[in-house]
Ligand binder design. Structure first.
Ligand SMILES: [Zn+2]
Length: 237
């Protein structure tokens, strides 16, 4: 039975590395996807800001077109007033319309200035956000390169470990011992064995009964922790 325990401990050593590598191979693409998503969200926020800036610029242009037409109209009215040869009623009408137009222009210009201020502030935001996206893209490209390298390395190590494991499994172990070990490996996330230190299981930190401790010490059969089910071993075995 000590041979079985030894073989299982050797297997557990391999499996611990295998589990670690598999976790790494799962984590790396998840991390990459998360970082990509963060940048894409930044990009779509900037696109929204750009849309808002374009809309403001369109409004500003409309205001400019309107006031420029109103100015032309004022010039025309001033001309007509100058040529009206003192007809008091029509002169008053011209002046009234000119006054109204000037007031409209002044209001529109005030609004236009306010909109220009808003547009400029948004455009300056966009500029700094663009710069931060550029930085993020550079960092991301670097990260992707590292991920590819780390993934290839991890995969290579994993393949080597898996082939070592296959060789080791073929000998040394009775099928029922191996079967128990493998079930526990899956059920206990890669840790099927537990060191028994004194009477304390070092995987779940529960105390085992004395008779169980004695059984592990004798090492005549595989003994499982009553609390976490893992196969117990002592450091001497
Ligand atoms: Zn335990």
């Amino acid at each position: 039975m000590q041979d079985t325990i030894r073989a299982l401990r050797a297997l557990q050593e391999l499996d611990t590395d295998i589990y670690r590598l598999k976790a790494e191979l799962k984590r790396l693409p998840e991390e990459r996807a998360k970082r990509r998503k963060d940048i894409d969200q930044q990009i779509s926020r900037v696109e929204e800001r750009q849309k808002a800036a374009r809309e403001l610029r369109t409004k500003i242009k409309e205001i400019e077109d309107t006031t420029s037409k109103e100015r032309q109209r004022i010039r025309k009215l001033e001309n007509e007033a100058a040529n009206s040869r003192g007809d008091a009623a029509s002169l008053a009408a011209y002046q009234h319309e000119i006054k109204t137009l000037k007031r409209d222009i002044s209001n529109a210009e005030e609004q236009g200035l306010e909109l220009v201020g808003q547009a400029e502030s948004i455009e300056s935001d966009i500029k700094s956000q663009r710069a931060s996206i550029d930085d993020a893209e550079k960092t991301f490209a670097e990260f992707v390169k590292n991920v590819e390298r780390e993934t290839a390395e991890a995969q290579q190590k994993l393949d080597a470990l898996l082939s070592q494991r296959k060789q080791r499994m073929a000998k040394d172990l009775a099928p029922e011992s191996l079967g128990l070990y493998e079930r526990l490996l899956v059920a206990r996330e890669g840790v099927a064995l537990a060191l028994l230190d004194g009477r304390i299981c070092q995987a779940c930190y529960m105390e085992v009964p004395t008779n169980l401790y004695v059984r592990v010490a004798r090492g005549v059969q595989l003994t499982q922790c009553p609390s976490c089910d893992r196969i117990l071993f002592q450091s001497v075995s």
